[in-house]
Design a protein around this ligand. Structure first.
Ligand SMILES: Cc1ncc(COP(=O)(O)O)c(C=O)c1O
Length: 373
């Protein structure tokens, strides 16, 4: 008899409350996923999706450039452009496709592409579409990038690709420094899947956080994290949007996201535009937890994103902490993903976590470090 293959899937984690999941028939508080404002199960998004479903059906079954365009897509793009103060917004089927669609439109315009070494896979794949050499640069290191740019010669036309907010630890890209060292007509392509809607004074993302304009930056985002819906968006000038519509194979040749999801995303943009208290709650939660953990003795980086990453632990320590968290009713967010291939504890904070839930987490982590010394 052949050996049964091990199941490659993590256990399903159905929601069991606003901040809870069901795992092996028990309910645990969770600090994972990127539904930062818990909008994914907000009844207003569900109602908007239902209404759009009744009006449009589930799917348009065609490219937007043939018979697949709908009013709700245009409304969503107008709302996104307004929220992010961008010249234009173009929605694409998901967040992964957003930088790819932009890069396909930009192919042939650049002599060199520079990608932050810890960029998301979406950017690594996007860089391959540019038809130019792709060079990785050290993570968030503007000085190292400057040296690499200087080696390219006077006629170089460079594109820098970077995450806006890095989901591993919540750090942001130094966009202002990059703009300073990037000779014209160079551009920056930012994957702001985690920053858009979250960081910056009004939630416009890593550009607003860095205090830089949009003239030389294309910002890509997802509608599935802060916005709690689904889909991707490219925020750019009208000219770049037109180039994507004309030249991007992945835009021209795909069915757009289902209209009900666009309806839900539109409801979400309206909520986030009005309800600024959510962002205040998110950062108050983050700051409260970080202070408690530092007081307990943890070294926790001060990053702009709503992520608390623990310092790396040995395998034995990680196993013990997982056990302690589970015993306290907290699902252990130990991630092995992308740049954190070795595995690390990464707690994603939400505006809707209660103080009691944060207190429980701080208690477990405080006890762990006091007994580890
Ligand atoms: C940095 C980054 N870019 C892109 C994506 C892809 O977005 P989506 O899930 O909407 O395809 C993700 C999703 O996890 C992400 O973290």
């Amino acid at each position: 008899m052949p050996e049964p293959k091990p199941n490659p899937w993590p256990a399903p984690l159905p929601y069991a409350g606003k901040n809870e999941v069901r795992f092996h028939n028990r309910v645990f508080v969770h600090f994972s996923g990127c539904d930062y404002f818990r909008l994914a199960r907000d009844p207003r998004l569900a109602a908007a999706a239902k209404k759009t479903l009744a009006e449009t059906g589930l799917n348009v079954s065609a490219s937007r450039l043939t018979t697949g365009n709908r009013e709700v897509y245009l409304q969503l793009e107008a709302a996104l452009a307004k929220f992010f103060h961008a010249g234009a917004a173009l929605i694409v089927s998901d967040g992964y496709l957003a930088p790819l669609a932009a890069a396909q439109a930009l192919a042939g315009r650049f002599t060199h592409a520079f990608v932050d070494e810890r960029s998301h896979n979406a950017l690594l794949d996007a860089a391959r579409m540019l038809d130019c050499p792709v060079i990785k640069f050290p993570h968030r290191d503007a000085a190292a990038l400057k040296k690499l740019l200087q080696k390219c010669g006077r006629n170089a036309r460079a594109l820098i690709l970077t995450d806006g907010m890095f989901s591993g630890d919540g750090a942001v890209a130094p966009l202002r420094a990059y703009l300073k060292i990037l000779p014209r007509p160079g551009l920056i392509l930012v994957d702001d899947a985690h920053g858009a809607g979250v960081v910056g004074r009004t939630g416009q993302g890593s550009l607003e956080h860095a205090g830089v304009g949009r003239e030389r930056i294309i910002q890509c985002g997802t509608l599935s994290k802060a916005l709690g819906a689904f889909g991707g968006v490219v925020l750019s000038s009208v000219a770049v949007r037109e180039q994507i519509m004309a030249h991007s194979r992945s835009f021209v040749g795909t069915t757009p996201l289902p209209p009900p999801l666009a309806g839900a995303a539109l409801a979400s943009v309206k909520i986030l535009s009005r309800d600024t208290a959510r962002r205040k709650r998110l950062f108050a939660n983050l700051s409260w937890l970080r202070t408690r953990l530092r007081t307990a003795g943890w070294e926790i980086a001060e990053t702009p994103g709503a992520i608390v990453r623990l310092p790396d632990l040995s395998d034995a320590e990680a196993a013990r902490l997982k056990k302690n968290l589970l015993a306290a009713g907290i699902y252990p967010p130990f991630v092995k993903y992308g740049a954190v291939a070795r595995g690390t504890f990464r707690f994603v904070i939400s505006s809707e976590h209660t103080r009691a839930q944060l207190n429980k987490l701080a208690g477990v982590l405080g006890h762990f470090i006091s007994t580890a010394r």
